[in-house]
Design a protein around this ligand. Structure first.
Ligand code: SF4
Length: 365
């Protein structure tokens, strides 16, 4: 475990979240990992409220802005419910979703968690990581993404850890990402752990015995669109972090997401890809750079939630240049229209091929 001076030195180099309120439920407090999270928080000078039950005692202010601010500055250490131990398929990113936490302290005005998290957007870290690890082997060899794609067959069964959280944003408090990476490193099987992040504090991960079974992707947008990504690390810092991970033997990737067709997008994304090429020049070949391309989309529910969370955002969620798409469950999604999609896709394919010839594009959506 890191001691307070080590945590402080990381804090000086990276933008680490310090929740205003940390609570731990009764059941979480008796678990080793729950206790370790509480100790980490205390080592950072945070006080930890120990609850006498497993119910989170949150009285939400009526004002939605205050309710949002209060929830976003709270870390709750809880036991993951049984449903979290039954993994869901998560194409096209990975075979299965594994959640070490739920919620994120950042403030992205397009956040994909809006509308999918139940209740206030507090960050819940799961104390029963050992139960989560114990559930993994049942899914070995059962994925649909890697088994159906010749391009990805070499990855083994893949598990995505960043569907409901940014695990690096809270790693200094939880240690859960390190626990997952070390577990996959010890696991003598054809598997890969994947996570994507808008944060840069990778120091605790660099020395882990990962055995090449983890791929970190930096989730990126051009600096020109930084106004949509409040509370995250700068793009330049994320790229430094990605290079450090490559140099530490990890596989790496880019999640360019969400791709936003705002004015000046072509120049902005061109500059971003140039910055990536410069930062990754000479990276070790085992880094096996991959790229995932995800265009901006929203649902009526996520739009309502995001507009209440970020009323001042100029992120375009109107019908301009949008088409409606139906998911297989019948829900409506607003995606860019065909002409915009075509222009974006062609730009990214051409630009990546020219400037990052070593990269493999895994998917476009
Ligand atoms: Fe949402 Fe990711 Fe931004 Fe966190 S970093 S607020 S999970 S989009």
């Amino acid at each position: 475990m890191l001691d307070a001076p080590q945590l402080e030195s990381i804090d000086q180099r990276a933008r680490l979240w310090r929740p205003k309120r940390v609570v731990i439920t009764r059941s979480a407090a008796v678990l080793d990992h729950g206790r370790a999270i509480a100790e980490r928080a205390q080592a950072l000078g945070l006080s930890v409220e120990r609850l006498s039950s497993d119910r989170l005692p949150f009285n939400q202010p009526a004002d939605p802005r205050r309710a949002y601010a209060q929830a976003k500055s709270t870390l709750a250490v809880v036991v993951a419910p049984p449903g979290k131990l039954k993994f869901q398929p998560i194409a096209p990113s990975a075979d299965w979703r594994v959640d070490p936490a739920e919620g994120c302290p950042a403030h992205c005005s397009y956040c994909y968690l809006a509308g999918s998290l139940k209740g206030p957007p507090i960050t819940r870290a799961f104390a029963n990581i050992s139960d989560i690890l114990a559930a993994l082997p049942a899914y070995l060899g059962q994925g649909t993404v890697t088994s159906r794609s010749a391009d990805r067959a070499g990855e083994g069964t893949t598990f995505e850890a960043s569907c409901y959280t940014d695990p690096l944003a809270i790693e200094h408090l939880t240690g859960s990402l390190s626990a997952l990476i070390a577990h996959f490193g010890r696991w003598d099987a054809d598997v890969q752990l994947r996570f994507t992040t808008k944060f840069a504090a990778v120091e605790p991960l660099l020395g882990l015995d990962h055995r090449g079974r983890t791929r970190m992707r930096a989730s990126l947008n051009p600096a020109a669109f930084a106004r949509f990504e409040g509370g995250t690390s700068s793009v330049a810092d994320r790229l430094v972090a990605l290079r450090r991970m490559a140099d530490a033997g990890y596989r790496i990737g880019l999640t360019i997401a969400p791709i936003i067709a705002a004015e000046g997008w072509e120049e902005a994304y061109g500059g971003l890809i140039d910055a990536v090429a410069e930062r990754l020049a000479g990276a070790p070949p085992q880094a096996d750079l991959t790229v995932e391309l995800i265009t901006h989309r929203f649902t009526p529910t996520s739009k309502t939630v995001l507009e209440s969370w970020y009323p001042g955002s100029d992120l375009d969620m109107t019908d301009t240049r949008r088409s409606e798409k139906r998911t297989r469950f019948g829900a409506v999604k607003h995606v860019y229209d065909a002409a915009t999609m075509k222009a974006l896709r062609s730009f990214f394919q051409t630009t990546i091929a020219a400037r990052l010839p070593q990269a493999r594009i895994l998917y476009w959506t």
